[in-house]
Design a protein around this ligand. Sequence first.
Ligand SMILES: Nc1ncnc2c1ncn2[C@@H]1O[C@H](COP(=O)(O)OP(=O)(O)O)[C@@H](O)[C@H]1O
Ligand SMILES: [Mg+2]
Length: 442
Amino acid sequence: MSTKNLEQIRLNAVQLIDEGKYQFMNGDQFSIKKNGFELMKQGCQELCKYAKTEINQEYINLAKEKLSLYCDELNQMKQYLAPFEEKQNEEQNKIQNEQNKKEDQNQKKQILKDNNIENNTLKTNLSNAIINEKPNVKWEDIAGLENAKQVLKEAIIIPMKFPNLFQGARKPWTGILLYGPPGTGKTFLAKACATECNGTFFSISSADLISKYLGESEKSIKQLFQLAREKKPSIIFIDEIDSLASARENSGTQDNMKGVKNQLLVELSGVGSDNDQVLVLGATNIPWNLDSAIRRRFEKRIYIPLPDLHGRLNLLQNQLKQTPNNLNQDQIKQLAQQLEGYSGSDINTLIRDASYEQLRIVSKATHFKQELFQNQLKYTACSSSDPQALKMTLKDIKSQQLHLPNIQYNDFMAVLPKCKPSVAQKDLIQHEQWTAQFGQQG
Ligand SMILES: Nc1ncnc2c1ncn2[C@@H]1O[C@H](COP(=O)(O)OP(=O)(O)O)[C@@H](O)[C@H]1O
Ligand SMILES: [Mg+2]
């Protein structure tokens, strides 16, 4: 190192020491004195560096002498500062502690708030499950299923209207399970209950209850029952209940489902709570998948089978009332006979498909003729051999000018081969077996 640089180090060290000493002696605050001490310490370190690099022995000795003096001074300064430092540390700790406490509290508050929001959202989600507007499905709209209707009336309408009649052995039913092949009117029956009952009707699909978050579904079940008890008399309708309370243990979300199932069991058995005037109505297409403990909680298990001849006739008549058609009673009866194995919803699909048949004919037609309908001249499809036939297609006709014939028996015959029943024979056998073991005919 050059002598110039070395001299620079020495000067820097002296400057730091002088400045530090000055601040320490004259500073009227702990922080200034402390700063002075630090500057002096830094200066001493610089002086050490100088002494190690200097080669002139005389200068080295001089520096060492000074350093020993400064070290004594530094020690004294340190002793002087110690109590202040302690006090300051204490204060800082206190401030820090308070700050921590505040943060803790804020965090707690936030957690509480989050919880509250969560509870409230759960509650709002659940309030959405309350059916305020009646679905407008009447008992008469349901074809057949006389027994099921009777049981539901017995279980729902009468106890709600005359609660004092249900005392002692005559306890109202608290759990009713509707089961049977899909499309046979289970959900539809529940809608009729909602329309006809005067209490609060909760309709919950399993998807509402199975939320993505672990543990949350249990909470929502608990809240659902709480809300139902608050607003009693109530009916809780849980559609597709098998997905909530399946007996299968090997599903991917096993732990989650176990919790849900247990919570449902607790609520269904009314442990620690008064389930008076809260009826649980469940529906499922696969009752054999239900957990046996849950199954037991449904005291009444009603089989909702495929419609019989009388039911199918009823269904056809009801539906055709709403659609202009040319079928006479005999034809409807014939049709009903051919629809063995069709569910209610299959029959609805068939009618819809048949109602499209005339549209299909019209859109494929190559010849139309003009006829008077209600004093208006309109086009209607006809065969090319018709004396009045005009060669044209649907594109040539304005919307007001087209006459579409009503649904006819032939339309049904045309679509029938395409519209197959949706319920498999083996499922029916399984339902019959389950009914023999656990159920009751609906
Ligand atoms: N017995 C029935 N009476 C009147 N309509 C029915 C009947 N069964 C089924 N349906 C019709 O089929 C549709 C589907 O029935 P749904 O109740 O949803 O079947 P699921 O038994 O699968 O719950 C209903 O909206 C209704 O229009
Ligand atoms: Mg359904």
